[in-house]
Design a protein around this ligand. Sequence first.
Ligand SMILES: [Zn+2]
Length: 293
Amino acid sequence: MMPRTLACVVVVSVAFCELVGLSSAPAADATAQTPAPVIILKLDDLKFTSASAPIAPRWLQLADYIQKNKLKASIGIICSSLENGNAAYVQWIKDLHERQIIEFWFHGYDHATHKVDGVDYSEFTGRPYDEQKAHFDKALKLAEDKLGFPLHAFGPPGGGTKGTCDANTVQVMADVPAMKVWLYPQPMDDVGRELEAKGKVTILDRVWAVNIENPLFVPSLAKLQAGYEKSAAQRKYFVLQGHPTHWTDEGWDQFTKICDYLTAKGCVFMTPSEYVQSMSKKSAGDRVPPSGK
Ligand SMILES: [Zn+2]
């Protein structure tokens, strides 16, 4: 039997709801009140193609699409391309940077694999600290000199058979002043947490099931959607990786459908640094919503 006092509370609360017109409103959905995760598009492998067509057509299409749809994205530069790229190549990057549509980030100096004892390693594995740091320093100086602005985010290039980074890379990220954001090649781990705790670098980690491409180079709305529905309520952001120059026309079509789907879900697209800045604003108590889209 219900205790008398509790019964009174129930009656009063029902009456209150009717009074303010809440009883006819749809039941509150907890997920509807949580902002949709921010989307950070991490698009890899920008390089110079040729003097007559310095930018691959898919990159031109991508930049146009991002701009027309008022989205944001980020593109990883293979920085040796700034040595051999012509003025038109450099200017394309500078224009997009100035319009604040796309953030360019450091995707290695040469993205090349190298052999140690017959084993293939990616650019930032199988190398001592000094060599890894030299690749960062050379590439970041090239960017400053040619583009006139610094790169603040890093995404390690793939290749080889031993992953994309190691303990030396972590130390370099801790030491190079310009490096503020790591587009982490995996879900967060203890190594990442430790680096982040030092306060200089913010790690933006991955959720394997929520990506543009699945498998590699093949964009799939159906697979992204399945992953998104499962984990969106637990995430503040998703970093979605893609390699536009590897996409077929069908792949491109799937990519645009993914963007449409996420926009319909209420997701805001931001660049990595913009997202990191929005995080610090929030922690400073600023209630103004981030303006990125
Ligand atoms: Zn790459």
